[in-house]
Structures are given as C-alpha cells and as structure tokens.
Design a protein around this ligand. Structure first.
Ligand code: NAD
Length: 298
C-alpha cells in the first residue's frame, strides 16, 4: 500500500519505520530537518513536503503534537492551503495525534466534504510500544473506515479498539492519559517516600509492582533513574512523552470535563502539578521527571 506519513517525532518516526519495514511504500515528512535526517538515515523514504507525500497515497497518517498542528496541516490557514486540497477523493486519513475531539470532528467533516474518509486513532504504549509495534489504537469513526485502516494499524499496534463515532478515540485517549498523569505522580510520591526512608528504589519498585500498588509506571516506565535501563528516567528523561504533551492532554481532559460537567478533581490537581513542573523548566523532559517535584534534594 502507498502510505504518506507526516510527523516523525518520538512516536511517528518509529511508527513510519515499522510500516516501511512491513513492505508498504512509505513517503514521510516532518517540518524538522533533524527528524527527517534521523529517520532517513534509518532507511525511511523522506519527501520534500507534506504535499509531496500524499501524491498517489491510498492512506495518509498524521502524528503531530496538538490540535493546532492537525488543523493547520489539513485545513491550512493564514493564507496557506490545507493538505486536504492535495489529497485525492477516496483516500483514507488516519490521525494518530492526541488532540481535542472537537478538532477531530471538524477536520473529519471537512475531509468528508471532499470525499476523503478520516478516522481519529490516537495511541497508547509510549515510545517503546511505537518501536516494538505494540501500540494500542483507540479509534473514532465509521466501522468501514476502521476496517480499511486495520491492516495498516496492525503493523504498528497490538490492540485496536473501536471507541465510537468520530472524536470518540480522542475522548478515550484523554480519559486514559488523565489516569496515566495521576498514577505517575502517585507512583513518584510513593517511591520518593520510600527512598527518603532509606529504601532501595529497585527493591521498593519490585515490592509495589507485585502488590496492590502495581501499575504501568512500575511495570514499564519507572520514574527513578537507574531502576529500568530502557525507561526515559535512565536517559536523563530524554525522548519518551514530553511533560508539555502530558500537560496538553490534562488540559484537554479538564476542558472536556467542564463541557460535560464531570467531576475530575485529581485530573485538575495533576494538571496544576505538571504545569508547575513545566514552568520550572522541565517541559521538554519526559513526563516521568515529575518525580523531581517530590524528590528529596541531594
Ligand atoms: P514529538 O513532539 O516528538 O513529534 C511531533 C513531530 O511533529 C515533530 O517532529 C514536529 O516537527 C512535527 N510536526 C509538527 N507540525 C508539523 C507539520 N505541520 N508537518 C510536519 N511535521 C510537523 O511528539 P510525539 O511524542 O511523537 O507525539 C506525537 C503525538 O502523539 C502527540 O499528540 C502526543 O500527545 C501523542 N502521544 C505521544 C506518546 C509518547 O510517548 N511520546 C504516546 C502516546 C501519544
């Protein structure tokens, strides 16, 4: 299949590489020359522009930071044309970015008006899941469009869920990430308390992982440097899932909670804590660096 892939960041780069390695004809692009160089060196075919990637593509995949990027790419603005003008009718667009459900629906409606089908398919599983091809996809859109996307999604993920109509994938994703943001702070707090009492973080992590406090952070993404070799914490919190991206998702959850009058007190507190952490200069670090907020100074 001929696939256009736009957005070669921590997630998009490895996802596009998996499609390339699976034998699809991938044409990829990122605004960052550095990202293009990095994944081009790994064998990914790089195009000169987003418009060039979509020429003749049957499927277009986007993996961008936030709502404004997705809206800007597909719909254009400020005198710039949107990519939808270059995408042929009959093409399937899969947006895997985590963005506002309302933006997903807006772009999907504009696509439908041009005869282009679109699904929202945000992911969970982190950069490890993107590299291993074991992501979880949460899809919003029509069943027939999900079935068209399935063979492509299966090359990047291990679990594919149909959450509901357009935008429903995004809603599922922000519920998940609100929980993730909260549990990472809770896990950091518990580990910092143990370490302040002289416990070895590796031993305490293993005890809690196998006890009633067990969770995804303790399984795969320990926030304490040196406990898990592959976790961002052991790489000076580089790569992974940026604090500012987590802050964006917690903001989306709060906006949504206000709109539907849901009570999300811990989600609100978590947003404030990540905001303080970002303001302290840690926005570009992996979100597990939120440990620094509760860690005892050396
Ligand atoms: P990232 O910041 O590493 O990468 C985003 C890339 O998009 C950048 O390389 C940027 O240059 C590029 N970009 C922005 N606008 C563009 C445009 N108009 N055209 C082409 N390229 C453009 O982000 P990421 O960590 O890869 O995350 C991408 C999305 O996936 C975000 O919505 C994030 O919330 C979500 N997500 C991330 C993780 C994770 O662990 N990193 C996990 C699940 C979901």
């Amino acid at each position: 299949m001929k696939i256009a892939f736009i957005g070669l960041g921590n997630m998009g780069g490895p996802m596009a590489l998996n499609l390339h390695k699976a034998g699809h004809t991938v044409s990829a692009f990122d605004l960052s020359a550095e990202a293009c160089k990095k994944f081009g060196a790994e064998g990914l075919p790089i195009a000169k522009s987003a418009a060039e990637t979509v020429a003749g593509a049957e499927v277009v995949i986007s993996m961008l930071p936030a709502s404004a990027h997705v809206e800007g790419l597909f719909l254009g603005g400020a005198g710039k044309p949107g990519l939808l003008d270059s995408i042929q009718a009959g093409t399937l667009v899969i947006d895997s970015s985590t963005i506002a459900a309302a933006t997903s629906r807006k772009v999907a409606e504009a696509a439908a008006a041009k005869g282009v089908a679109m699904i929202d398919a945000p992911v969970s599983g982190g950069t490890g899941g993107a590299i291993a091809g074991t992501l979880t996809f949460m899809v919003g859109g029509e069943t027939k469009d999900l079935e068209r996307a399935r063979p492509v999604l299966e090359k990047m993920g291990a679990n594919i869920f149909h959450a509901g109509a357009a935008g429903a994938g995004q809603t599922a994703k922000i519920c998940n990430n609100m929980l993730l943001g909260i549990l990472m702070i809770g896990t950091s707090e518990a580990l910092a308390l143990g370490v302040a009492n002289g416990l070895d973080p590796k031993v305490l992590s293993e005890i809690m992982r196998r006890s009633s406090g067990g969770n995804w952070a303790l399984e795969k993404y320990n926030p304490v440097p040196g406990v898990m070799e592959a976790a961002p914490a052991s790489k000076n919190y580089a790569g992974g899932f940026g604090t500012d991206l987590m802050l964006k998702d917690l903001g989306l959850a709060q906006e949504n909670a206000t709109a539907v009058r849901a009570a999300t007190p811990l989600g609100g507190l978590a947003r404030s804590l990540y905001a303080a952490h970002s303001l302290a200069g840690h926005g570009a670090l992996d979100f597990s660096s939120v440990l620094k907020l509760v860690q005892k100074a050396d």
